[in-house]
Design a protein around this ligand. Structure first.
Ligand code: ADP
Ligand code: MG
Length: 224
């Protein structure tokens, strides 16, 4: 489903790492580990097409399609999703607007029509699932959210968008032990509902790594 083939990733003039490869099958869970600064988040950004993180060597292939130079919206429609390590606040845009407008863009006009009332119910359900009050639907995205609440909102987006390949970048950071159970629960739930979903999980947490075992581990060595 995903092949990263001997890629070099560059930001500006700086090469973050070179010659990195990995390959993932549908429905698999893979771990990406490595010291701080090794380039894990840079790989995540390069995978979703962040314009600053450029693949200068090698290729990214998603379900047989070369996405090395595709724009982020194209990659998202192909089913790629990133839960950010440090989600940003979007003042003026509510959680409901973010989830539903992004969802409509993802499914396009060919997608099944859902009324605002139906969407409200579905947004409420994912917020409840991740442990956020339903009233958060009407709050500005991540504005004055705690670190843990931001991570829960990333999980809510994961459940709402049902991607084919989800990259979770330190999704456990800021969550307690129950948070680890929630992450595993969300992964298992999506795998049940949407059998093809694969996960690339970036983490330093021994508890999360143990909970997801056995999962292939890829390491970015860093320079240390
Ligand atoms: P990790 O997620 O493994 O901790 P990052 O991908 O965040 O590592 O960072 C890898 C390296 O790339 C670090 O040295 C970091 O300072 C550098 N880096 C990341 N993003 C940028 C950027 N936008 N501009 C310059 N350097 C960057
Ligand atoms: Mg990182």
């Amino acid at each position: 489903m995903l092949s990263v083939n001997t890629v070099t990733i560059t930001v500006g003039k700086k090469t973050i790492f070179s010659d990195f490869s990995l390959s993932m099958a549908p429905c698999s869970v893979h771990l990406l580990v490595g010291p701080n600064g090794a380039g894990k988040s840079s790989l995540a950004y390069a995978l979703i097409g962040h314009p600053s993180y450029v693949v200068t060597q090698g290729t990214l292939i998603l379900n047989g399609q070369d996405i090395t130079t595709s724009t982020p919206d194209v990659r998202a429609r192909l089913g790629l999703f990133l839960a950010f390590q440090q989600p940003c606040a979007i003042p003026g845009v509510t959680v409901f607007e973010l989830l539903t407008q992004a969802y409509r863009e993802l499914v396009g006009i060919s997608g099944a029509y859902e009324s605002n009332v139906d969407l409200r119910v579905r947004v409420g359900a994912v917020l409840e699932k991740v442990g956020l009050p339903a009233a958060y639907a009407d709050r500005a995205v991540n504005e004055h959210f705690s670190g843990g609440e931001k991570k829960r909102l990333e999980l809510a987006q994961l459940l709402f968008f049902k991607p084919k390949l989800a990259i979770l970048d330190e999704i456990d950071a800021g969550l307690d032990a129950q948070g680890i159970d929630l992450i595993v629960d969300c992964i298992r739930m999506l795998q049940r509902e949407n059998a093809a979903t694969a996960f690339l999980v970036i983490t330093h947490s021994p508890a999360l790594i143990a909970a997801l075992a056995p999962a292939p581990v890829h390491e970015l060595p860093g320079h240390g």
